[in-house]
Design a protein around this ligand. Structure first.
Ligand SMILES: NC(=O)c1ccc[n+]([C@@H]2O[C@H](COP(=O)([O-])OP(=O)(O)OC[C@H]3O[C@@H](n4cnc5c(N)ncnc54)[C@H](OP(=O)(O)O)[C@@H]3O)[C@@H](O)[C@H]2O)c1
Length: 282
């Protein structure tokens, strides 16, 4: 049994690879730049680009039973079709909680449209699948690293809005559990971190890991939109503002799925901040 991991050099995929190697599962990793992949020596790193289905050939699927599917902009359909033709019998796909369409804001978000299309491509292959739908990644907070490296204040809107950011290692741990057992075939798993924290509390938590006092300086949504318009597409800015404005009065719900699947509590944001202290200059 070999597991093919796509998105293998990314934040989640790299940890999926490492955790599979720790369990002594044979791993093949797809990367557009295998020479830069820096994955464990036991891993068979293969060149390929999901956006170029012609590159997903040759020995890529040899002996592959399961595939971790990264939700690339294009190419998931071709990957899933080829996996089916090669006889793979389980796909574990990284989707998003937005794809659940639980809130009006989700239904109009680019994340909903994209991840629903990814899920449909996986389902069309006919291979039994496990769909992972994580909420906001704690890694999104790396967007504060420049401000935190250069001062003690982070500017942002909706200081009192509360989300339950999830540690990338927990998403990977759930993926590995799904890839290495039969328990979650056909399941859709909604994943969050263990607690909802306001934006101001999230910043304080990072400050605590660094031994610093960091202050969230609230700005208006309009000010945020104009500050971010140089760095982010408009629909993504709108998606973020919609989420934060919705979660001022109704905090995101923290779910127990990580613990249910892995048998240990989900990592806290304090743990994430300690793991990433160096990213913030700590
Ligand atoms: N941020 C959130 O809050 C959130 C929430 C829910 C879901 N998500 C989903 O999670 C994804 C991010 O996951 P991540 O953090 O692990 O990603 P990441 O760190 O950005 O890494 C993505 C990896 O995918 C590989 N990749 C990208 N395009 C590819 C292609 N065309 N062909 C082959 N490989 C390709 C790249 O590897 P190579 O360069 O080696 O090819 C890259 O290292 C988002 O795109 C979104 O779909 C995000």
């Amino acid at each position: 049994m070999t597991i093919l991991v796509t998105g293998a050099t990314g934040a989640i995929g790299r940890l999926v690879v490492e955790q599979l190697v720790d369990r002594q599962v044979p791993v093949r990793a797809l990367s557009r730049s295998p020479h830069k992949a820096a994955l464990p020596a036991a891993v068979d790193v293969v060149a390929g680009d999901l956006a170029d289905p012609g590159s997903l050939t040759g020995p890529l699927f040899d002996q592959v039973s399961g595939v971790f599917v990264f939700p690339a902009e294009t190419g998931v359909e071709a990957l899933a079709e080829r996996a089916a033709r090669a006889g793979a019998d389980h796909l574990v796909v990284l989707s998003s909680l937005a794809a659940a369409g639980e809130h009006a804001r989700d239904l109009r978000s680019p994340s909903y449209a994209h991840h629903r299309a990814v899920e449909e491509s996986v389902s069309a292959s006919g291979i039994p699948a496990t769909v992972l739908r994580p909420g906001p990644f704690a890694n999104n907070l790396l967007a504060w690293s420049h401000a935190i490296r250069s001062g003690d204040t982070v500017q942002g809107p909706y200081a009192k809005s509360a989300q339950a950011p999830i540690h990338e290692a927990d998403i990977a741990a759930v993926a590995v559990e799904a890839l290495t057992t039969d328990t979650y075939r056909g399941a859709t798993l909604h994943l969050t971190g263990p607690e909802a924290l306001t934006r101001a509390e999230q910043l304080r938590t990072i400050g605590n890991a660094l031994g610093r006092t960091l202050t969230y300086q609230e700005i208006s949504p309009g000010e945020f939109r104009s500050a971010m318009s140089r760095f982010m597409p408009e629909p993504i800015i709108t998606m973020l503002l919609d989420h934060w404005s919705d979660t001022v009065d109704r905090p995101d719900t923290a779910l127990n799925t990580v613990q249910d699947v892995t048998g240990r509590p989900a990592r806290t944001l304090a743990q994430w901040a300690a793991d990433h202290a160096a990213d913030f200059g700590g």
